[in-house]
Write a protein that binds this ligand. Sequence first.
Ligand code: ADP
Length: 412
Amino acid sequence: MPYSLKSGHEWRAWDWIAPLAAAAGLVVLTVMFGRELRDFRKDIIGWAERDLWARTELAAETLSEPLATSDFRRIHAFGDECTRKGVRLTVLSANGGLFFDTVRRGEEPPPAISVDRPCGEFVVRLGLPLSRVLEPVERARRGLVLAACLGGFAVLIVFFFTFRQRVRIRELARVERFRRDFIADISHEIKTPLTGILGAVDLLEDELGRQADAGPMVRRLAELTRGEARRMNELVQSILDLARLEREGEGLEFVETDVRAVVAETLARVAPQAAKKGVRVKDVSAASGPLTARIDARLVSQAVANLLTNAIRYSGSPEVTVATDVRSRGFEIAVEDRGIGIPAAHRARIFDRFHRVDASRSSENGGVGLGLAIVRGIARRHGGEVRLEPVEPRGCRFVLSFPDSLVIARDK
Ligand code: ADP
């Protein structure tokens, strides 16, 4: 497979769709608000016309007494009040002639809105310029333009940063894929000669067994070579297992399986190893009723075996238990020990590849730090998870949880 780590961004549809959708949304909102504003403008002119006296907050009682030509002082005082409020006052005589005006003729265009009210011998006209009537509309319009500009700017900034983030994430995913495929391919290439070496070392040991005069040094070297080759074989196999689990396309064999039987069989498989270490392993499931689920039995067994082997190898606990229990949603398989436990500082990363709590202890036991990563991979490929819970006063409890969708039959 050719490998290339050349960087370069490939545009994806989403890179365009997201900002375009946001910009389109903004335009639609602005148009909608613009329409509302137009209606608001019409309404406001209507209100102003209907209720000019109240709007201008003029003391209507000034004119409650009918006006006569001799009331020039009253008219002037009222005119001053109107000027202060920015309202134009025009007093017309009954035949329409101009008697009084707060604005000199030709000084200002005729007011946009005017209301006439008969008062004694006169008709009193209040007028408001359009700019004054539409002041709130203008303010709202300015607000709308500002909001649209700020919104557009925010969309640009969000787009810029999320785009940069997405490019980084894709780049990381690409490097990660590259690393994974590269390691998997190399491991695959190493596997064949390694199998050859293991076979050759086995033959060599057989041969040494037959030769009575073979020196202890040669025997020791053969044993060492076999041990290291086995360890390397285990590492290569783990890397290949993990790569297979992480390749989405790689199909699993989901078949209807008796989960309790798989756990029992795994327990039986690790029993000799436990016995060698003087560890008791037992099933402590709360119930023993049927539990059938659509799972990849080989992988689930591998996950349970990894957890049991870890507990046997590392915990130092005299007893390791496994429990398969049905939950309200799905089912769980928990492996628990009362051993040394895992320090809190390591818990968050314990399922990461090559993460080991104590590298020397792990190597002594033949571990490479991939066992729990494989367990997590297996759980996730089943749509489930694995979690670590500390046990009081000491020890660990690893819980594999599987979703309800996998369950075919279970005890109620
Ligand atoms: P390894 O291949 O080294 O066994 P794992 O991913 O299975 O790697 O485990 C990671 C580390 O977690 C081990 O190195 C070990 O120190 C620690 N560990 C795992 N299970 C237990 C346990 N039950 N008790 C104590 N430590 C554990």
